[in-house]
Write a protein that binds this ligand. Structure first.
Ligand code: SF4
Length: 222
């Protein structure tokens, strides 16, 4: 077992995966992933619940809603000026190109489903991979800002690594059956301990294994 795999196992024990979205439809999953960009889980949930109180979250309804109304609902999730038109456009495309139903996409081979998702404006690598992992049940490992930071601190990739470099590095280190939980646990670890600013290196459970050359700077005061 490699060193990254060992530390991921430890983090899986200490930061169990938390899911709030178990009952979402595929379209709701896409909308929630757009809302989650650059914000916390709590802010994502608030914006999503506001939207759900106001609208039925189906492509036809959101394609017909005004950007202003969507924006008003999703304000708690932040970046609402860009997220609102993206959600409306997403709804319009899924209504027009998928007849409002993403089931056909979930039946495609994963790499073709990924290509199709990436063609939808507003759907980037992370959103496509979250969809593949949580809706299609593939072992894709989505990468977010926390995972990017950890991959670099742990010397898994170079400083200028792309999304795909980081995804491949994590997939090489974590067995397929653990990836979905590991994704969530590592995000939790990144929020709580391996934070962007003032990481809690002093109390970090994997301090001894971590490769980050600056970890000593944060050993005293966390
Ligand atoms: S020692 Fe610091 S940088 Fe390394 S994993 Fe822990 S919190 Fe992150």
């Amino acid at each position: 077992m490699n060193s990254i795999s060992n530390r991921v196992d430890r983090i899986l024990e200490l930061f169990p995966a938390r899911r709030w979205y178990t009952a979402l439809t595929p379209f709701e999953r896409l909308v929630s992933t757009i809302l989650s960009q650059n914000t916390s889980r709590e802010a994502t949930i608030k914006g999503f619940e506001n939207l759900r109180r106001r609208f039925k979250i189906v492509p036809k309804v959101l394609a017909e809603a005004t950007v202003e109304d969507i924006r008003e609902c999703i304000k708690p999730s932040g970046l609402y000026n860009s997220k609102a038109p993206r959600i409306k456009e997403l709804a319009r495309i899924i209504l027009n190109e998928y007849e409002g139903n993403l089931d056909s996409l979930t039946r495609l081979p994963p790499h073709i489903a990924r290509e199709s998702l990436l063609k939808i404006p507003g759907v980037g690598f992370k959103t496509a991979d979250v969809f593949l992992s949580t809706v299609c049940g593939t072992d894709t490992f989505p990468v977010d800002t926390h995972l990017t930071r950890m991959a670099k601190r742990w010397n898994m990739v170079k400083a200028n690594a792309t999304y795909e470099h980081i995804r491949v590095a994590f997939e090489a280190a974590i067995p397929g059956e653990k990836r979905q939980n590991a994704h969530l646990s590592l995000i939790e670890f990144g929020r709580e301990i391996c934070r962007a600013r003032q990481p809690k290196c002093a109390t970090c459970p994997i301090y001894g294994e971590c490769e980050w050359e600056r970890k000593g700077d944060f050993k005293a005061g966390a």
